[in-house]
Design a protein around this ligand. Structure first.
Ligand code: NDP
Ligand code: MG
Length: 381
């Protein structure tokens, strides 16, 4: 029996993680639930799973929860990240959204835990610090993001030295085939509907802009220690092939399933064992067809910007991620148009002071500067 800490338990990944835990009560015990401020959803989970530890990042929400459940010991504020390193935790599922996911990842790795990692913003922004945490505590990362899980599974087919490229698939988001004029009129409501996956708001918008794929190119470069020159992106609207690995002889290994995150979450939690999963089985005969095409990099600059960020390194990956987080928020709030999101990120990448990231203090300063610049960005810049 493994003790699981679910960071971001009230979100899309968190809820699906709990579904996996419920399907395998013989394997998993929900030992900790950590979320931001949604006490309504959090309370239902606490009453269902009775975890030993509860973390509510927002201090006011934590106080409200304490009034409702005075007997529960609730951790709040930055102390919630420490739960990732608690002795009794075996697996940390990191389903926190955004840059904040960096903190539980580093805590968990330093404490030698296995981390089922959905949060990609952390490895994009804090790559060198994450490597240092791994070296310090011997923690391991098991990918949850469906593309990275697919690559991870396809890598089992051959020797690492024989890999020639990684091919990440992308659904193409809600606006594949739109021209510039139509993209200019995309509303937040339109962008928050995904054609194949059901996910949180931010990643759904990121899928529509292809910033999600840009972040995943950087995530893959980090997780599999690959040069970005050997990572390709292909649009695959059916979301059946979750990614592929090409080997030296030209053989391409693909991982396929229905688009259901529980499969990737569960594999990260049971690795290297495979057990029955609550996700539906793939019925290839009933698929209308599987298609692949190159992304339109002019209309969707997010991918090109990601390659530039990772090739330059230093402050640019942080600028890319943190500016995107602010730009998405401003788009949802009606302050920026859909096409302005990429312009905002490019503006911040052009204006951020370049430099290395030797420690968390520098990282936090850079993140703050990227957010400041992104908040100042005006659409006609
Ligand atoms: P959601 O927005 O659905 O959920 C985010 C979760 O993080 C919520 O539980 C939220 O709590 C919690 N949270 C936010 N801020 C804090 C904080 N400061 N401290 C503690 N908890 C916090 O996001 P998703 O589940 O969609 O995505 C989570 C991560 O997984 C992202 O990095 C995303 O890129 C990645 N991912 C998601 C996929 C998906 O299918 N959804 C697929 C692949 C990767 P509250 O509800 O209280 O605000
Ligand atoms: Mg993904």
């Amino acid at each position: 029996m493994k003790n699981i800490a679910v960071f971001g338990s009230t979100g899309s990944i968190g809820v699906q993680t709990l579904s996996v835990c419920s399907s395998h009560e013989e394997l998993f015990h929900v030992a900790a639930l950590i979320f931001g401020s949604n006490i309504e959803a959090g309370l239902c989970q606490i009453d269902l799973y009775h975890p030993e530890f509860v973390g509510v990042f927002d201090e006011n929400a934590a106080k409200e929860l304490h009034v409702l459940r005075p007997n529960i010991n609730i951790v709040s504020g930055d102390a919630v990240w420490d739960i990732a390193g608690y002795d009794s935790i075996d697996i940390v599922v990191n389903g926190v959204i955004g840059f904040s996911g960096t903190f539980p990842l580093i805590k968990a790795l330093e404490a030698g835990k296995a981390v089922a990692l959905a949060n990609k913003e952390s490895v994009v922004c804090a790559g060198s610090l994450v490597r240092a945490a791994q070296a310090k505590g011997n923690g391991v990362i098991l990918p949850v993001d469906s593309e990275q899980s697919a690559v991870f599974q396809c890598l089992a087919a051959g020797r690492r030295s024989d890999v020639s490229s990684l091919i990440l698939t992308a659904s193409g988001g809600a606006f594949r085939g739109y021209d510039r004029q139509r993209l200019a009129h995309v509303t937040p409501e339109m962008a928050m509907k995904h054609p194949t996956w059901s996910m949180g708001k931010k990643i759904t918008v990121d899928s529509a802009t292809l910033f999600n794929k840009g972040l995943e190119v950087m995530e893959a470069a980090f997780l599999f220690d690959m040069s970005v020159d050997d990572i390709r992106v292909l649009i695959h609207p059916q979301s059946i092939v979750h990614s592929m690995v090409e080997y030296a002889d030209g053989s391409v290994i693909a991982q396929m399933s229905v688009p259901d995150m529980r499969l990737a979450i569960q594999y990260a939690m049971t690795y290297p064992v495979r057990v029955d999963c609550p996700a539906a089985r793939l019925d290839l005969a009933s698929c209308a067809g599987l298609t692949f095409e190159e992304p339109d990099r002019e209309l969707f600059p997010a991918i090109g910007l990601a390659y530039r960020a990772v090739r330059t390194g230093g402050a640019l990956p942080v600028a890319y991620n943190s500016a995107n987080e602010v730009a998405v928020r401003r788009f949802i709030d009606g302050e920026l148009g859909f096409l302005d999101i990429a312009d905002c990120v490019a503006y911040v990448m052009d204006n951020i002071p370049q430099g290395d990231i030797p420690d968390m203090k520098t990282l936090l300063e850079l993140d703050g500067e990227a957010r400041r610049l992104a908040a100042l960005f005006k659409a006609d810049n």
